[in-house]
Design a protein around this ligand. Structure first.
Ligand SMILES: Cc1ncc(COP(=O)(O)O)c(C=O)c1O
Length: 365
């Protein structure tokens, strides 16, 4: 699905010397390289504060902790997302409230958010899935009308903009993940929070550092969530190449679009013209074919595929509740049955794209 080895080999010199620099400095946790990366990313995104942390799940947890929500407070999330979004809410004793998604963008259906608001609702947490932004106009309008916080889970769409505004910097806090396969990925775990609010930035920074105000003085209960300097060094190099990587992904997506759009068994990804699409994933919705047989056929031809995600949040064993019976979120449930993601990364060559598209077009069920 990704070619991290191929990507590394093209920038090997830069990466190796950046890692060497960290080792020579002996500053492995936080320090000047992490600070430099945070300020370079802040400049790249056009978001004032970037707080690096241990991973994208921690970033979500730190964001929720910074908002000082009370147990039982409700946080609205899409029913179709990676589990981390729901998990941190549950871990903090908050209540995840699910909303169905838009079948075209796969993102939360903003027109359904208001119906889910109760007097305990405190926060909306849209997830910009697969590389494209949620309808942030509607989300922000609802949030301001009901006095709610917005945390944008931007693990999958870093660098994309919604109507010219950087995703992750529109709500009160944004988060991302630098998991290796992400558009901006490191060589281990990593994550970050974004905000234009100096006070929230300070809180997030403290919470990720054991609630420490100054060394060994702790004014909040925090966690230990730090980006290490080796990861920051890798990310500084990759950030310099990010635009090029995104362009390569968009080019591959355009190839897939034109090669597959005539085949009505494959619905190619919808583009919301208000948002960029940075194609973290290229996800088809299949129609009239059995997914497992298609995947087996692709696999026999050496083509990997993945299902992001096979089960919506409300049907996951750990998150089932009488409140959310099967059938309540029909779009999320249907997408879980019908989506298939095909290889998408910055190193895809035209022969590979052609081979993948031929296999899809020639597939006979
Ligand atoms: C939408 C979303 N949220 C959160 C996360 C969690 O990030 P991490 O794996 O860095 O903890 C991911 C990572 O896959 C994700 O895709």
């Amino acid at each position: 699905m990704v070619d991290l080895q191929g990507q590394y080999l093209r920038i090997k010199g830069e990466i190796d010397s950046a890692i060497q620099e960290v080792i020579a400095s002996s500053r492995f946790i936080r320090g000047p390289i992490v600070d430099a990366f945070s300020s370079e990313l802040s400049k790249y995104l056009g978001i004032e504060h970037v707080i690096a942390c241990g991973n994208g799940t921690d970033a979500l947890q730190i964001a929720l902790m910074a908002l000082q929500l009370e147990p039982g407070d409700e946080v609205i999330i899409p029913a179709f997302t990676y589990i981390a979004t729901a998990e941190v809410i549950a871990l903090l004793g908050l209540t995840p409230v699910l909303v169905d998604v838009d079948p075209r963008t796969f993102n939360i259906d903003a027109s359904k958010i208001e119906d889910a608001i109760t007097e305990r609702t405190r926060c909306i947490m849209p997830v910009h899935l697969f590389g494209q932004g949620t309808d942030m106009n509607t989300v922000m309008h609802i949030a301001s009308k009901h006095d709610l916080y917005v945390i944008e889970d931007n693990a999958q769409s870093i660098g994309a903009k919604f109507e010219g505004k950087p995703l992750g910097g529109i709500g009160h806090i944004g988060t991302t993940s630098f998991f290796p396969s992400k558009n901006l990925g490191c060589y281990g775990d990593g994550g970050a929070l974004f905000t234009n609010d100096a006070e929230l930035a300070e809180k997030c920074f403290m919470i990720g550092n054991h609630g420490q105000e100054k060394k060994y003085y702790h004014s909040k209960v925090g966690i230990n969530s730090r980006l290490d300097a080796v990861q920051a060094a890798v990310l500084r190099v990759k950030l310099r190449h990010l635009d090029k990587y995104v362009e390569a992904r968009q080019k591959a997506a355009a190839y897939y679009d034109s090669a597959l759009e005539a085949d009505d068994r494959y619905l190619t990804p919808f583009r919301d013209d208000r948002s960029d699409h940075v194609f973290h994933q290229y996800t088809l919705t299949i129609n009239g074919i059995e997914r497992s047989s298609l995947r087996a056929d692709l696999s026999r031809k050496g083509i990997p595929s993945m299902v992001y995600y096979p089960l919506p949040v409300h049907l996951q064993e750990a998150y089932t509740s009488d409140k959310y019976p099967k059938g309540l979120f029909p779009i999320a449930e249907e997408l879980c049955e019908k989506v298939i993601s095909i290889p998408m990364h910055s190193e895809l060559k035209e022969e590979e794209l052609s081979y993948i598209c031929t296999a899809l077009r020639e597939y006979q069920s």
